[in-house]
Design a protein around this ligand. Structure first.
Ligand SMILES: Nc1ncnc2c1ncn2[C@@H]1O[C@H](COP(=O)(O)OP(=O)(O)O)[C@@H](O)[C@H]1O
Ligand SMILES: [Mg+2]
Length: 258
């Protein structure tokens, strides 16, 4: 079955942005219209996609658009406990605040200051409404590059997420994160959670992940210095790492066969 909405999660540094950028380019080159959402405060997706720096410079993260947040929710960002609308208008935001390059539309959500018990504030309401709109009402193939959680997703969107991918690397911490992320996903009703084993150096890494992964593993991506070198140059990874492109194509085959 062709996929339409894909979310990518996992521990920091594990390869979420790498996988997201690869998926976006592969689908764009197949002629799909793709929207790639950088939902990780750490950022970096535009660079991994190879967007030119002057284009990236035009993108303001939505969470930093104080006037827009105020206009749409009726409350100033950073305030909580007051009244603000929880279903603000968002349908014009994707086209107005994104940039496009090589068939990929790019949008950056940005960082929200989260207090101890989570943030119930106007900016998080706007981002959640935006992600809900993108998932439920836009046709594009959507790739959501997230942090290690389910931020911005909720019960309303859970069933529309075709694949929730958790990236793993050979190491305990990424497995612990995967276990936690799987639980958070289950809590909001996302069950189609699959893992991608990344940075695999050989058979023993595969065996380790296979044995310990809390989530069924679709396939593996080999450790590839072309990826790290492209990252060091600050360049896009699609043209730099053809072997990884092939491996991600295999992951797409596995996903579509599910
Ligand atoms: N398969 C791989 N082989 C080698 N380096 C990788 C691989 N996947 C990711 N990396 C490198 O690891 C670092 C973190 O990757 P990134 O995709 O930014 O992780 P995340 O988005 O999960 O924080 C980057 O320098 C990236 O180039
Ligand atoms: Mg990232």
């Amino acid at each position: 079955m062709p996929l339409n909405k894909i979310a990518v999660s996992g521990k920091g540094g594990v390869g979420k942005t790498t996988l997201s950028a690869m998926l976006a380019h592969i689908y764009a080159r197949r002629g799909r219209s793709v929207i790639a959402i950088d939902a990780d405060p750490a950022g970096g997706l535009a660079e991994a996609l190879g967007f030119p720096p002057d284009l990236v410079a035009q993108v303001t993260p939505i969470a930093e658009m104080d006037d827009l947040i105020y206009e749409r929710t009726g409350a100033k960002p950073g305030t909580s406990g007051g009244f603000f609308t929880i279903n603000p208008r968002v349908d014009d935001i994707p086209d107005r605040f994104s940039v496009s390059y090589q068939g990929i539309r790019f949008l950056r959500l940005g960082d929200i200051e989260v207090g101890g018990s989570g943030c119930i504030c106007p900016e998080s309401a706007l981002l959640k409404a935006l992600v809900t709109h993108l998932i439920l009402y836009r046709d594009e193939l959507l790739i959501l590059d997230m942090e290690a959680g389910v931020e911005h997703l909720g019960r309303a969107t859970a069933r529309a997420v075709d694949a929730f991918l958790v990236v793993l690397e050979p190491g305990r911490r990424s497995l612990d994160t995967a276990r936690r992320v799987r639980q958070l996903a289950a809590d909001i009703g996302i069950t189609n959670v699959y893992a991608v084993g990344n940075k695999v150096r050989g058979e023993s890494d595969r065996a380790f992940l296979q044995e310990h992964s809390p989530v069924p593993i679709l396939d593996y991506l080999s450790a590839n210095t072309e990826l790290t070198e492209a990252d060091m140059r600050g360049e896009g990874i699609f043209d730099a790492a053809p072997e990884t492109v092939e491996e991600v194509e295999r992951i797409i085959v596995a996903l579509e066969a599910l």
